[in-house]
Design a protein around this ligand. Sequence first.
Ligand SMILES: Cc1ncc(COP(=O)(O)O)c(C=O)c1O
Length: 429
Amino acid sequence: MRAAQPRSRQQTLSQRRRLIGSSCKLFFSNDPVKIVKAKGQYMYDEDGRQYLDCINNVAHVGHCHPDIVKAAHEQNQLLNTNSRYLHDNLVDYAERLSKTLPEKLCIFYFLNSGSEANDLALRLARQYTKHEDVIVLDHAYHGHLTSLIDISPYKFRNLEGQKEWVHVAPVPDTYRGLYREDHKDSVTAYADEVKNIIERAHKRDRKIAAFFVESLPSVGGQIIPPAGYFQKVAQHVHKAGGVFIADEIQVGFGRVGKHFWAFQLQGEDFIPDIVTMGKPIGNGHPLACVATTKEIAEAFAATGVEYFNTFGGNPVSCAIGLAVLDVIEKEHLQAHATEVGNFLMKLLKEQQIKHPIIGDVRGCGLFIGVDLIKDQAERTPAPAEAEYLITRYMGQSWSSSVWEARTQLQTTIQQSGQKRKQSVGKGTV
Ligand SMILES: Cc1ncc(COP(=O)(O)O)c(C=O)c1O
């Protein structure tokens, strides 16, 4: 192995500042940690200090999971190449993914990043519908490509602004949004916002290609849309000739615990037309996927223009993707997400009783949000306080109750893991 020359955190930081574009931000940028290794749920810095990794949305089955490392190593020793050669791994992987999805989503494209997947989803939608416009939720982020900055209010509001083909719908947030938990029918009210957008677009002779949404808006504030919202929106969008695209890049692969896909939280009767996947799919390996229907794939192929992606779906990527699915199943990780997530929510709710700054604790499995507020009446967000909280780390002086909660959480993660190991082979959790 080519070992890096040992150097201090400060040396690495100055080298990075000299060589890497300053818009590429580090976590905890005022005082970044230098992580040199990781195992399971823990990361370690150059001084051997251990961190419980609660923010990583990629190392889905645990850092350096031996089964993933082994799958990559074994396939690397055999073959890794351009994805235009016929290979079993690609078709086996597509087959396995298809078993996790509704039958209708039966055609797959493999790519290297979430952004690539969302860009392709946009192309598929436009080709199929022959329309151009896209409806997105406010505050959304869908990727770093030019096409996706255009549909990410989180980004375009700080850049050139909103394009004429982009329409922004309010986030279906029943805590702080337009229609709250006391509204008699927030599902219809939020879906009607989308219907109104479509009507206004039609009056301007614009045509809707897609409603593009994260199944659980993450960047938009860890929001859980009320069940039934997607069905109603899909009706309006389909009526306008558009398709429903579910971005599962952050929230797919069992993170929500009770379902494999977060869109399934909406109810069994809801099926998107296109699903995009990334981040956890390869446990850190650059891999992504778009799943869609036969009709949409056929419309895309009808142009006669080849879709070609050099690395997407190469034998190593697919071996890793298959290994990730095996581990999720073998180690009952959906049950683990439910167990640990419920426990973490319980701890956070205990803190909420003690601290009025915690306005809301919401979540599902290991998708959890803590909403800090300045006042109970208006629920005004407290961004400075949130920033302060998320940039504090273990070395700083936390109160004893926070330490106690952290220790309890670590114990639950470990116990849940042990229980799962004991149950492997018995088919129980
Ligand atoms: C919801 C969502 N979609 C798309 C992307 C883009 O994925 P990538 O960074 O792999 O291109 C991200 C990345 O943060 C994301 O959170």
